[in-house]
Design a protein around this ligand. Sequence first.
Ligand SMILES: CC(C)(COP(=O)(O)OP(=O)(O)OC[C@H]1O[C@@H](n2cnc3c(N)ncnc32)[C@H](O)[C@@H]1OP(=O)(O)O)[C@@H](O)C(=O)NCCC(=O)NCCS
Length: 167
Amino acid sequence: MANNLTSLIPKGKNPSDTDSKKINIRYMELEDVDAVHALEKKCFTTPWSRESFVQELTSNKLAKYMILELDDVIVAYGGFWIIVDEAHITNIAVDPDKRRLGLGKKLVDGMIDEIEKMGMENVTLEVRESNIAARELYAGFGFADAGRRPKYYQDPKEDAIIMWLRL
Ligand SMILES: CC(C)(COP(=O)(O)OP(=O)(O)OC[C@H]1O[C@@H](n2cnc3c(N)ncnc32)[C@H](O)[C@@H]1OP(=O)(O)O)[C@@H](O)C(=O)NCCC(=O)NCCS
């Protein structure tokens, strides 16, 4: 998973930020690439290129990407690869202006629903050791730490924690 720019944002923004708004989770399409790439650049220190997203959507049969829209604006996205009976989450990001509103949780919930429907037995991912927000998000779904990849990330260099969820 890519590097991230998460800071520890306190919980407690006004819930009305999302309460009155329409939330829609759906699979990503080619026409969404520009918006998703703009979010990617806001969220990660070493963002994927626009072309990487296009390739994932057009050439990688294993890849599935989902987006979350708030009143028709894309504010979050996440991806996973289906490998035999396992799903590998590749990335998840929420617009920095829309964090701590439960949107990341809704998106991961939507992704896991789809993964379950596909009959997968396990879900795995890598996360920066210092990325407490993401680790807490995943732990809330029952993901458990299962190993470490030393110096997996660059800029800054850091270990990845490998997490697994058994469905
Ligand atoms: C990680 C990320 C996706 C969380 O999205 P979010 O919409 O802010 O998360 P939610 O509001 O749905 O929070 C869900 C749970 O995650 C955890 N969490 C989220 N942000 C947190 C934070 N800043 N500190 C501690 N826990 C946090 C909490 O357990 C929270 O549950 P709670 O609200 O009941 O306490 C978001 O911070 C992000 O996009 N970060 C940058 C990209 C990134 O790091 N992606 C993951 C790469 S592995």
